[in-house]
Structures are given as C-alpha cells and as structure tokens.
Write a protein that binds this ligand. Structure first.
Ligand SMILES: Cc1ncc(COP(=O)(O)O)c(C=O)c1O
Length: 392
C-alpha cells in the first residue's frame, strides 16, 4: 500500500525533538531540555478530594455529554479572575473552554487562515505554535524578539506590507526565550495594530507565574476588540487535565465554537467539573504564589551559576517569570554539538533551532528551570560548563 497523505502534512517542519527527549531522559542525565511544570507542585491530594466529591454529588451529570462552550461555573471563574487580576471586563459568554490552550492554536488558525495567507510570530517562537499553524499552510513571518518585545519597526513593516491575519505572541515569560514585553511595547504594538485588519493572538500560558507575583497588563487592555487571548490551567494546576480557554470577541468566538464542535464536541467535561470543584474549594492564589516563588528561586540560581561558570561570550536572558530561559553560546559553538556532548557528560539542553521558523538559532539553547531542584541545577550547570569549555 502506498499511503497518500494530505499536502498539509508535509508543511509541518521536521522535528528531531522526539528523539532528543528520548535521549535526554536516559538514566543519570540531568535534563534542562523538557518543558513540564514541576510534578512536585501538583496538588494531587486536593484534586483527588475534589474528584471524590464530584463523583459523589454529581457523578451522573458530570459523566454526560455537555455543551461545546464548556462548564459555565468554570467559565465564570475564569472571567472573574480576569476582572480581578487584570482589570479586563470579561464575562463568561466571551470565554470558551478548550482541550489545553494548544487546541486554541489549531482552531484559531483553522478559522482564520487559508493556504498562502500571511501570519506573524516572534523569532524565536513557540514550537507548538509553529507546528499547529503550519498545518494550515500560511506564510509565516518571524519578527525578531528583543528584550522589550517584538522589534517595533519590523512589526510595523510587516503589518504595513502584508495583509496579516494575526500576529501570535507570548507577552509574558515567552517560550522559548523567557522574555516579557515591556508595557511601553504592549501599547506600541496595540497602537500599530489598531484599525488594521490584523488580530493580535495573545498566548498567556505563563502570565500567572511572575516571580514577583505582580500581574503585567495584557495587550488586550489596549486593543480589546482586536485581541484573542488564550489561557491555561496547565502550568498552575495540572497539565494532564488538559483544560485551557479562549477569551475572544464575539464574532471570533462564534466561528471558533463551530470549529470546536466539529473537532471534538466539547472538552473533557468530567475534568472541567472536577477542576471547578477544586478551584471553588482551594486557594489558587496561594498555590500560584508558592509555585512562582519556587520557580523564581530556581531561575535566580540558574542565572547566577551561568554568570559564574560559563566562559566569556556566552549570554542568557533573565526571565521575570515562567519556566524557561535562553542562552546564546560563545561564537563558533553549535547547539547540536553542545547537546550531543552534553548527553555524554550527563546533562541535556534543548537546541534552539526548531524555534526559528525561518532558520538560524544554531547558537542558542533553551534551559528549563521548573523541574530540576537546587542540587541538580548546580550539578547540571557544572557539567554544562565543562562541555562548553571543552568545545569552545
Ligand atoms: C506558550 C505556550 N502556549 C501553549 C502551550 C500549550 O499548553 P496547554 O495546551 O497545556 O495549555 C504551551 C505548552 O507548553 C506553551 O508553552
């Protein structure tokens, strides 16, 4: 049998990440390559108790089919949190539950992009977004990401020169770079987009995880009718529940709802009811404060060790939150070489190449600081320093 697949399947960039994660999870390897939240910070007991209560009190209804929009009390909780934390005038009917915010990437592209349409994203950009968008065969433009946000003149030129359907960005603790847009840049980006036909897709996967606990104003505050926002419980409760959401203007949401219904009818309803029960009976703020504090300690330690141990010419970003930072290697070093030699020495890093949709990034690596604890961070960076000194 010669299997024949749709043309779009050849549009996904080839990825060596599966192989790389397999290698980096070998015994004895300290891995900074992954992207998981710390398992130790999942409140298993609290979620088990919420699940027990749901099965006892509303087992039958929570095991039934439900609506595409998602569990109303959960959507009300999310809207109320937007109002309280970020001053956004959100209501439950502007929010729809999805199967992890990754599903938003697929469905937003599905409803907005025809083959050959133009979209924009950051350079480097989130790999999961590159993969999801690529299936809809767009022309992807990558705008260099500076320490303050996407380079404004490249951004303005992109929007001026092409009918860009949407620009996808992660203003808070970006994946992979760990950078956060400044408020000035958020306002400037909103100003450039205002009145154009281009939407801003604001992925806020990490907005709750600022080490100082201070929320940053979302771009949606400055461009409400042109911003589609996504959020997720993956990093603040548990990724395995697969619950995220989209918060979007009504016309977008109506189309999104049709696409979501066609794709899967609705997200796992049992998961939604259990999660809502958990949120109604636990203090999410204090949990998030605790997780952010711990990630902040890991990140500070990692930055200090990078400064102390790495040779001249190696630089790194200094995140204010999230789970990742990015390093630029000393001139002449290749991230794949560092990866291979690192695994031999017992430390795994993630080469930055797949995050650069238009090529490049061979001299970058992404390091995760949400999973390894203090001693492992010290030992892992010691090993990495040895590898880099040897190759430099
Ligand atoms: C920036 C970003 N957006 C979206 C996602 C998808 O997460 P989830 O589907 O678990 O909400 C991730 C996962 O790591 C991410 O890093």
């Amino acid at each position: 049998m010669k299997y024949r697949f749709a043309r779009r399947m050849s549009c996904i960039p080839p990825s060596f990440l599966g192989e790389l994660f397999r290698v980096s999870s070998q015994r004895g390897v300290i891995s900074f390559a992954g992207g998981l939240p710390g398992s130790a910070h999942i409140d298993v007991r609290g979620l088990a108790e919420a699940a027990r209560q749901v099965f006892e009190d509303e087992g039958r209804s929570s095991l039934q089919y439900s609506t595409t929009d998602g569990h109303l009390p959960l959507r009300e909780y999310i809207a109320a949190r937007y109002r309280q934390r970020l001053g956004l005038p959100a209501t439950a009917d502007e929010i729809q539950i999805v199967n992890g915010s990754q599903q938003c990437l697929d469905l937003v592209a599905k409803i907005l992009v025809n083959p050959g349409d133009h979209i924009g994203m950051e350079r480097p950009g989130y790999l999961g977004a590159i993969e999801a968008f690529s299936l809809y065969e767009p022309v992807i433009h990558a705008v260099p990401l500076t320490d303050s946000g996407p380079d404004l003149s490249s951004f303005a030129a992109l929007v001026r020169e092409h009918p860009v359907r949407f620009f996808y960005g992660i203003p808070n603790s970006q994946n992979p770079s760990g950078r956060t847009y400044s408020e000035e840049y958020r306002k400037a980006l909103a100003g450039i987009l205002d009145g154009t036909g281009t939407l801003f897709y604001e992925d806020d996967a990490f907005g709750e995880l600022f080490f100082d606990g201070r929320p940053r104003l979302p771009l949606k505050r400055f461009l409400p009718d042109q911003t589609v926002m996504s959020g997720s419980f993956s990093k603040i409760v548990a990724p395995g529940m697969r619950i995220g959401w989209i918060y979007a203007p009504q016309p977008v949401l109506a189309q999104f709802n049709c696409a979501k219904q066609a794709a899967d009818l609705h997200s796992n309803f049992l998961s939604q009811v259990i999660l809502h029960r958990y949120l109604a009976t636990h203090d999410l703020d204090s949990h998030v404060r605790n997780v952010s504090r711990i990630y902040g300690e890991h990140c500070r330690l990692m930055c200090e060790l990078l400064d102390d141990l790495m040779p001249e010419g190696m630089t790194h970003t200094t995140p204010e939150g999230g789970m990742f930072l990015m390093c630029t290697l000393p001139p002449g070093l290749s991230s794949m070489e560092v990866f291979r030699e690192g695994v031999r020495e017992g430390v795994a890093v993630l080469p930055g190449v797949p995050f650069f949709v238009d090529g490049g990034g061979e001299d970058t690596i992404r390091l995760n600081f949400s999973t390894a604890e203090g001693e492992a961070i010290r030992e892992g960076l010691d090993r990495l320093a040895r590898v880099i000194r040897k190759l430099a």
